[in-house]
Design a protein around this ligand. Structure first.
Ligand code: FES
Ligand SMILES: [Fe+2]
Length: 386
């Protein structure tokens, strides 16, 4: 009942979704999942960290005066909000002696103060501004600063393997910023897959009826719910294409029409307009019989083969309750995809039917996010202590 008012939060760790087929006590199950991961063939995957904007945190996770440590994209970041409210992202490691500034550090004005010897670094340019036991700060004392952006209650970092400047930014959604739409909840999943697999789902037109056709009430275990019940199922029709608008080459557009089929009678539940914006961010606008719902999806590579996926849902009062049920339903549907993603192999040259051409188009489109120095699976593995 409380979720009719309070936003819903469904957060699942990697062992909690997509491994429904692995049974047993917690210890046995974790062991078994570890084995499944070790024995899996991942295939000849593309570079593991594409160029683009990636969500590192949600605005509500940034506490006043407390830095936040986030590991993603092969880096450890220190996020903090300065006294003027501006959010900053610096490399977490202090250039003095290498302490992680987000672990035990504090915020002073628009600087982060390292806990080890209290050197302070500005969030605006990464320059050292203060050394408590020295009257001279060397000019070269500086930590790497990342371009960041706080929009739609999310904090993004710009990642580019060649250090190029951003050529696009995620757009602000006025209904969210003005609080005209209420935050209705979120879900969060950790997925054992290459990042490219997740947005590929939108261009994979034929998986919708196959995987998401069985009614949502049958749950997320695809081995159990693969019933193909034709009397009470979901019917999907979809399209995918790269945007042809000037300057919008980084956007992929899909449309999804959703009906529920009850004994052959079709009920229109919702139409969805989807904009895949770069490799790690998606805007989904749901048109329901009661009004609109906005869903924002972020995909962040935590490790080469671990993605953190978050959906945040906003709705006006008319669809607020509808949105709550939708978060539950969408979580079940995503978990069906996760069961595929967690176990699949990436095929560089998939065997496509003529009707699968949007998949090939999607893969061509996605190559724009890789560049000469994009880290590969083996180079990324070397940079962190595994
Ligand atoms: S290691 Fe950060 S101030 Fe010394
Ligand atoms: Fe899917």
């Amino acid at each position: 009942m409380k979720y009719f008012v309070i936003p819903l939060d469904i957060t699942k760790e990697m062992d909690e979704s997509g491994y429904c087929n692995v049974q047993g006590s917690t210890y046995r199950r974790l062991n078994q999942i570890h084995k499944v991961r070790r024995n899996r063939k991942i295939g000849n995957i593309p570079p593991v960290y594409p160029n683009g904007w990636f969500m590192l945190a949600e605005s509500h996770q940034m506490k006043k005066n407390v830095p936040l440590q986030v590991t993603a994209l092969g880096e450890n970041f220190a996020l903090f909000r300065g006294s003027d409210g501006q959010c900053h992202i610096l490399d977490a490691y202090c250039p003095h002696l290498g302490a992680n500034m987000a672990i035990g550090g504090r915020v002073v004005g628009d600087c982060i103060e390292c806990p080890f010897h209290k050197w302070q670094f500005s969030g605006y340019d990464g320059k050292c501004t203060h050394i408590p036991y020295s009257d001279k700060v060397p000019k070269f004392a500086k930590v790497k600063r990342y371009k960041s952006l706080e929009v739609n209650d999310m904090i993004f970092v710009w990642y580019h393997a060649e250090d190029e400047e951003p050529t696009w930014v995620p757009d602000e959604i006025p209904e969210i910023t003005s609080r005209k739409y209420f935050f209705r909840g979120r879900n969060e999943f950790k997925i054992n897959a290459h990042i490219q697999e997740i947005p590929e789902n939108g261009s994979d037109l034929w998986h919708f009826n196959a995987l998401h056709g069985t009614n949502v009430i049958y749950g997320s275990d695809i081995a159990v719910n693969n019933s193909n019940n034709r009397f009470f199922n979901h019917e999907w029709a979809s399209t995918w294409e790269p945007s042809s608008d000037p300057g919008m080459g980084h956007v992929g557009i899909s449309k999804l029409l959703h009906h529920v089929n009850v004994f052959g009678i079709m009920f229109g539940i919702m139409d969805i307009d989807i904009r895949q914006i770069g490799p790690g961010y998606v805007e989904l606008k749901f048109w329901t019989p009661l009004g609109r719902i906005v869903v924002l999806q972020s995909v962040t590579p935590v490790e080469p083969m671990i993605q953190k996926v978050v959906h945040r849902v906003y709705a006006p009062w008319q669809t607020a309750l509808y949105a709550t049920f939708m978060i539950i339903g969408e979580s079940i549907m995503v978990e069906r995809d996760i069961m595929i993603w967690n176990n699949k192999k990436y095929l560089e040259r998939p065997l496509l039917a003529k009707e699968d051409k949007t998949l090939a188009q999607y893969r061509r489109w996605f190559t724009q996010f890789y560049s000469e120095h994009s880290p590969t699976y083996s180079s990324a593995k070397k940079s962190l202590e595994w």
